[in-house]
Design a protein around this ligand. Structure first.
Ligand code: NAD
Length: 271
């Protein structure tokens, strides 16, 4: 398992929340969960289908948590049941982490124009965008004292990234949804933000053709000349979810070693 170290403290003491999207020990949601636990948060987890249960349970038990609820985000009955279970358990929550996306392998390669089918588009938008809007609605109903919500996005929403294709279109929708949700929920004291992470070695990244080159270019062109770290992403999540992130909403925070501001890479030795 990757060795990450997260600062301990009590920034999230007394706070309870739902984390959606832990699939295995490399998941971004898992890194974020470990950081939140190290700062005193209590969490429940939804996971996609029974097959993942065996992988996810030992992880969450290792940070002293035990609430796992099966919820495929495309299934309204499962989502109803998941939030009903959560309501019964805690009554209210303080935060939500949405780290879920999907597009078919055929869509994540070659030409967007040629490879995006109606069904593939519908599925990518449903799982990667509508599920966030739906989760915002459900979670906000359990946040009478205000709260904080985050999702995970990627630069493919703003720039053209080879093979990212329909997922870039979905991430643009996710970021727009972040701003509209921030508007709708702002008067309830609920902040809504997105983290735009650089490429990280997870299952989702491996589904994209040319993922190795995304990683190496991400490192080589970045201002810090390094990979995006789980510690950096989890730290940004902690910042946005905890009281130190107060006054921040509707934001897309880039955590990518500075890659997103680069226009042209440094010239080679030959100039
Ligand atoms: P991951 O594969 O570990 O996580 C993706 C999660 O989505 C999994 O837990 C999977 O079970 C869940 N999911 C997919 N379809 C679902 C469905 N129908 N119902 C419920 N859950 C479903 O990969 P990850 O990289 O940790 O991805 C988490 C988020 O981070 C995604 O939104 C992804 O786009 C985003 N992101 C990833 C990177 C990267 O380089 N890995 C960079 C920026 C943003």
């Amino acid at each position: 398992m990757a060795e990450w170290t997260f600062p301990k403290g009590d920034l999230m003491a007394g706070k309870r929340g739902l984390v959606m999207g832990v699939a295995n020990q490399n998941s971004i949601a898992w890194g974020i969960s470990q950081q939140l636990a190290a700062q005193g948060a209590e969490m429940a987890f939804t996971y996609q289908g029974e097959a993942l249960e065996r992988r996810v349970r030992p992880l969450i038990e290792s940070i002293g948590m035990d609430t796992m609820i099966s919820a495929d985000v495309t299934n309204d009955e499962e989502m109803d049941a998941a939030f009903a279970t959560l309501k019964e358990k805690w009554g209210k929550i303080d935060f939500l982490v949405h780290a879920i996306a999907f597009a078919g392998k055929d869509e994540l390669q070659g030409s967007m124009v040629a490879n995006t089918t109606r069904e593939g588009f519908r599925r990518a938008m449903d799982i990667s965008v509508f599920s966030f809007i739906d989760a915002c609605r459900r979670a906000s109903e359990m946040m009478p004292d205000g709260g904080s919500i985050i999702n995970m996005t990627y630069l493919g929403s703003e720039r053209v990234i080879p093979s990212y294709n329909v997922m870039g279109v979905a991430k643009a929708g996710l970021e727009a949804s972040t701003r509209y949700a921030a508007r709708d929920l702002g008067t309830q004291g609920i902040r809504v933000n997105a983290i735009s992470a650089g490429p990280m070695r997870t299952l989702a990244l491996m589904g994209i053709k040319g993922s190795k080159s995304l990683m190496s270019t991400g490192r080589e062109w970045s201002l810090l000349k390094e990979d995006t770290t789980m510690e950096g992403v989890a730290g940004a999540a902690l910042y946005l979810l905890s009281p130190i992130g107060q006054s921040i909403t509707g934001e897309v925070l880039h955590v990518d070693a500075g890659f997103h501001v680069v226009g042209v890479p440094e010239p080679s030795e030959e100039g």
